[in-house]
Design a protein around this ligand. Sequence first.
Ligand code: HEM
Length: 542
Amino acid sequence: MWNLNQKRGDQLVLNLSGILTTLFLTTILGVLWHYIFRRSSKNSRLPPPPPGPRGVPILGYLPFLGRDLHRQFTDLANLYGPIFNFSLGSQTCVVLSSPSLVKEMVRDKDTIFANHVLNISVTISTFGGNDIAFTPYGPVWKKLRKVFAQEVMNNTVLDSLCSLRREEVKKSLLYVYERIGKPIDINHLAYMTSINSMLRMIWGGSLPGEEAAAVNDPEFRKAVADILFLVGKSNVSDVFPALAWLDVQGIERETRRLTALFDRMFDSAIEQRRIEMRNNKQGHSGEHCNQMRKDFLQFLLDSQEGNEDSETSITMAQLKAILMDPVVGGTESSSTTVEWVMTELLKHPEVMKKIQEELTQVVGLTKMVEESHLSQLPYLYAVIKETLRLHPPFPLLVPRTPSQTTTLGGYKVPKGATIFINAWAIQRDPTLWDRPLEFRPERFLHMNGTSPDVASGKLAYGGNNFNFIAFGSGRRICAGLPLAERMLTFVLASFLHSYDWKLPDLHVEKLELSDKFGIVTKKLYPLVAVATPRLSDLNLYA
Ligand code: HEM
């Protein structure tokens, strides 16, 4: 009996301890489960993608994209907010239209978003993505940007090339003089001035005979514009990489053909220059070669001569690609800006008059404009800024892509997405700008008529004001800014100081401001204007 009772008691104790153990383990497991569950649910609670329009299966939003992307994206932002997304085939595209989102991207998450999107025609035209604009962010890009800043864009180098720019602008002034009183296509004038100056600065007009003839052929100038057009054109092969081998639109083929022209020019110019340098070194080259030419090519070759330093030595493909950036990225953007400025001035003759008064005061009517005058032209600077505000040549800047999945404005943005910054919308946003659609250069001036940027001789598009980002912002801000700034101001000052401009009689009512979207967005109808001389001494034009 006792034994029985004892057995029952033992069993009770056993049961009780079993229950307690079970309870204990359950509690521990519960706590662990709760902890793990909460953590994993936190991870799976990734933010949603930005809102946006739905597309159709496979193609996504592709069939609904119109021609004027900057306007269409502005309308979509009014519907979905300052960040929205859509898909193009398998690609995710995100569009930003507010300064705070731009800041988050290029300042707070700058290293994640420090790559430009590389498409097929960009890869070809940049000798395999070897240029500054499309080399992925990292040590190689840093090296290229350093070489470009030190050997090409530094003030001493740019000052030393001033005479080349002066000669090319003078040729354009003469071209106008020969057409006094006749309609002149300003788009053509601005483009020829821009490309001729750029090519002159790149290889100083020193190509050997056959190549020199080819380069002076108007077809070659057209090739530059055509490459830019192909780079910005929507390519089915980019949206559906599996179809790339078909090259349905022939974009790849045509880009290869045009890039080959440049490749030959660069090879020939580099070869010729190396021979000159060798001869010069050996001392049997005579006076001519002792005064080695100075142009971008020469500065870059000099910096590479015997350069074993991995920090600054560059490959041949990189050298050519570095030279290609100013040609493709710098010429149309600059000439389009010149055309827009002239358009706004013909629409606002009182503003043109004010610039000319400033020029008369600073330069005088007996002299031509020199680059040394530029820092004393605050009103002209303000006019250029106001034009770039209303008509940024790259309305969607140069698309960027994140190197990892991240967030923007609290929304998920996947690695590899294409990010457009709608600078055009931001620079016309009525919540950021007073009467934004009016052309009022005064908004960039201080009360006393000078702006601090101008006082320091700069347009100061440092990308720190996210309301005004025509040259981009952050690590990948325009690397050609110092030259763009000089060229724009010098060309415009020269055109406006040397001539009075008016619309041809038949065009007076036709002056309008429509644009045509492209990677560089130009006037839809080229501007035509008639010039009359302003300077008292006509010999100055010869
Ligand atoms: C009105 C004239 C110009 C405008 C409006 C302009 C605008 C721009 C913009 C918006 C970008 C992209 C910036 C970003 O992603 O944040 C860019 C990049 C660049 N631009 Fe310009 N540009 C002009 C002229 C030039 C010129 C004359 C050159 C060369 C001499 C040049 C060379 C470059 C290069 C190399 C980059 C790539 C920078 C990098 O990725 O690190 N640009 N430009």
